[in-house]
Design a protein around this ligand. Structure first.
Ligand code: FAD
Length: 374
């Protein structure tokens, strides 16, 4: 027989597990997180905290959800700060994305028109515009600007990832969430076609409902009911530079390389995309070289910056790089929220609210049936 303590058991304490736990506990559900390592030490800690809205060219339910999450990110941060009492740095400097070809310029023109028509207006200026080389240099004099200028998106923001994770842990605890770290889940337990708890070695914990937020671990054979769901790891390498002063104020993107600057001189440089690397999380000479070369190509003065840190993480990628969010078919009371690939930090506020709705009421204000694991 299954007892019902806690109401919801969450496997995995990354940004998704923590955000879902916080929202569930705020709504009265007794919630426990089982985390095999330490909370936030999976993909979430590897993220750069860049928050830019999905381009409109890639319209679809996922892009709509991601943007809806970002429009409310600042209020999510404000709530977290006030509940946790911790500092969570967030700024919205806007993003300059280099336009390296006439085709990129043409695409950018369509993006701008669609963004102006469909996105909320920012506090000042246009939501998106195209800046020519001189206009870019007027606001970022240290960049080597692409021939066709840059697309400037005022909605692009950034959050300090370690701080938001620490604040989520604190907010969860204050809301009454039990967090068990160093606790590897081998098996989701079921009885009569319903999930009823988890097994950790010889230990077990019964629960009313189970939510899988185990990132790339969601596909491990031990979590047998999720084994068919192909969440795959996509390695990403990143690094942090520290310049003597403030060289860059905006997020800058040139092809796959992007810079996320902080006013204290730190510049985060992301990121490689290495699906072939499997579960490997080492930094390679080639990966670091690509990032350094890309960064210096954007801003030559970064040559003298201090290389403070290098790291790699595994983005959890769902089928077609889309997340799985919903009930797991065939097993009652088993849910999944994983596979958010490159946008998990930005999607966490809305994904958590939707999962809490689904788990507690069976309904969501947005249709997320597209993301349900079959
Ligand atoms: C280099 C890099 C840069 C990125 N930059 C950005 C960015 O700028 N903006 C953005 O929005 N996103 C970014 N991302 C993506 C983002 O990091 C992920 O989408 C997000 O962190 C996924 O969160 P998660 O909670 O689903 O997974 P995770 O953070 O991986 O959490 C899953 C947790 O489950 C635990 N776990 C796994 N298996 C088990 C088990 N069997 N038992 C118990 N616990 C288990 C793990 O230890 C882990 O803590 C980046 C990712 C990388 C790698």
């Amino acid at each position: 027989m299954c007892d019902a303590n806690p109401d919801v058991l969450i496997v995995g304490g990354g940004v998704m597990g923590l955000s879902c736990a916080w929202r569930l506990a705020q709504r009265g559900a007794r919630t426990t997180i089982l985390e095999e390592n330490r909370c936030g030490h999976g993909a979430s800690r590897a993220a750069l905290g860049a928050l830019w809205p999905s381009p409109l060219a890639r319209a679809g339910p996922l892009q709509n959800l991601q943007r809806a999450s970002l429009w409310n990110f600042e209020s999510f941060v404000r709530e977290l700060r006030s509940v946790s009492g911790l500092c969570v740095d967030y700024r919205r400097p806007g993003k300059l994305e280099f336009l390296n070809s006439p085709r990129a310029l043409e695409n950018a023109r369509c993006q701008v028109a669609a963004a102006i028509a469909g996105w909320p207006a920012p506090d000042s200026g246009q939501v998106m515009e195209i800046l020519n080389r001189d206009q870019v240099l007027a606001i970022e004099p240290r960049l080597i600007v692409a021939p066709h200028g840059a697309q400037f998106c005022r909605w692009s923001a950034q959050v300090e990832v370690e701080q938001i994770l620490a604040a989520l842990v604190a907010a969860c605890r204050l809301a009454g969430v039990t967090i068990r770290e160093g606790c590897h889940v081998d098996q989701i337990e079921t009885a009569n076609g319903r999930a009823c708890g988890a097994r950790m070695g010889v230990d077990r914990l019964a629960a009313g409902k189970v939510l899988l937020c185990a990132g790339v671990g969601t596909r491990l054979p031990g979590l047998s009911h999720a084994a068919e769901h192909p969440i795959v790891p996509v390695k990403g390498q990143a690094l942090r530079l520290r310049a003597a002063g403030v060289l860059i104020g905006h997020v800058v993107k040139n092809g796959p390389i992007f810079l996320v600057p902080w006013p204290d001189g730190r510049i985060l440089v992301g990121s490689t995309t290495e699906p072939e690397a499997g579960f490997d999380t080492t930094n390679t000479a080639a990966g670091v070289q690509t990032l350094l070369h890309g960064a210096v190509e954007i801003c030559p003065e970064l040559k003298t910056a201090v290389l403070e840190r290098i790291w790699a993480g595994l983005r959890p990628a769902g089928p077609g790089n889309r997340p799985l969010m919903g009930r797991v078919g065939g097993v009652e009371n088993l849910f999944i929220c994983a596979g958010h690939y490159k946008i998990g930090i930005g999607m966490a506020p809305l994904a958590a609210a939707l999962m809490a709705d689904l788990i507690l009421t069976g309904k969501t204000p947005y249709d997320i049936s597209e993301f349900a694991p079959t």
